[in-house]
Design a binder for this molecule. Sequence first.
Ligand SMILES: NC(=O)c1ccc[n+]([C@@H]2O[C@H](COP(=O)([O-])OP(=O)(O)OC[C@H]3O[C@@H](n4cnc5c(N)ncnc54)[C@H](OP(=O)(O)O)[C@@H]3O)[C@@H](O)[C@H]2O)c1
Length: 355
Amino acid sequence: MAISTLAKREPVPTPSTTSPILLTGATGYIGGRLLRVLQNAEHRVRCVTRRPEALQFCVAPTTEVISGNILDRESLTGTMDGVEIAYYMVHSMGSKGDFEEQDRRAAHNFGQEARRAGVGRIIYLGGLGETSEELSPHLRSRQEVAEVLRASGVQVVEFRASIVIGSGSLSFEMIRSLVERLPVMVTPRWVNVTAQPIAVDDLLQYLSAALDLKIDDHAVFEIGGPDAVSYGDLMREYARQRQLRRLMIPVPLLTPRLSSLWLGLVTPLYARIGRKLIDSIRHPTVVRDNAARQIFPHIRPQGVRKAIASALGNEDRECAATHWADACQRKPAKERGAGSHTSRPRSSEGEENSL
Ligand SMILES: NC(=O)c1ccc[n+]([C@@H]2O[C@H](COP(=O)([O-])OP(=O)(O)OC[C@H]3O[C@@H](n4cnc5c(N)ncnc54)[C@H](OP(=O)(O)O)[C@@H]3O)[C@@H](O)[C@H]2O)c1
């Protein structure tokens, strides 16, 4: 576990029943799933969101929903009063402007308000990626957010994950969308870059276990399942489970930039955010520090095969999952289109495409 050498703080108490847990990103994929986990565990939750209306059907009677934009410091004032632990589950990748600048500003605003309100711990989910390697703007920004949060002086427990497998997760939906639509794929080099995916249920276990973690300083945990696989392996396994015959033809010369532009044409839903995601697949994203397995021995992450089977099994269960594009709007998978293999438009058999 990488613990920073910054000044020691008082141990963070286990959240009491009187102190609400602050949750950001509850309208998003991970935050939306986390909201349900916290509510099921009977925690009091306070959501800060730009879209309170999107949460109205998702929240328990004990959950507060407060309107706030993390990019607007004023709107955060008072939202963390009385809070001991706050989850930071937001990113600006879907925004039109400079997402790195926005994420930096958002993390600064959040950290400053947390510090002012006396919050004891911020739990943040970022991205896995070796800091010594030249990181993509996306991964660089995810790690910079953690640094900005730590600079606030509030204790930060940071988790770093690679691909999250679950019905509704951006990376999983991108895989699904491509495999469902393209019988023949011309695959560029990024498809062979190794990742260490984690099932969303395992990820949620780590995020909620961090509430009770007994540490006095910052911590960084790299988390992943037992399998190190490429996007190509995931596509093949997805196709196998869906009984789809798919052919992949490697084309090493297709640049990530070109292939991400193409992705926008094949799956318009992913045009902006998917491109940034593909641009970020440059180096392996695998767990190099096994501290999470030692500190959370009760969490035994499942392998890719089981994780994909669970994601496919979950998706037609109404209200079973949040979706990165419309989390918490409570539409069944069939009505969502892009998230459902049953309703998406398909290319004609034999059509050849590249990623
Ligand atoms: N999903 C994955 O595969 C994956 C993998 C590894 C790490 N992660 C990390 O997990 C975290 C959450 O990702 P996600 O997949 O759940 O993202 P997501 O589905 O795109 O949700 C992003 C959330 O951030 C909120 N947000 C953005 N800007 C905001 C602002 N200015 N003020 C308030 N809320 C704001 C959005 O709220 P609105 O509804 O208002 O837009 C939304 O709820 C990120 O840090 C991401 O890097 C995700």
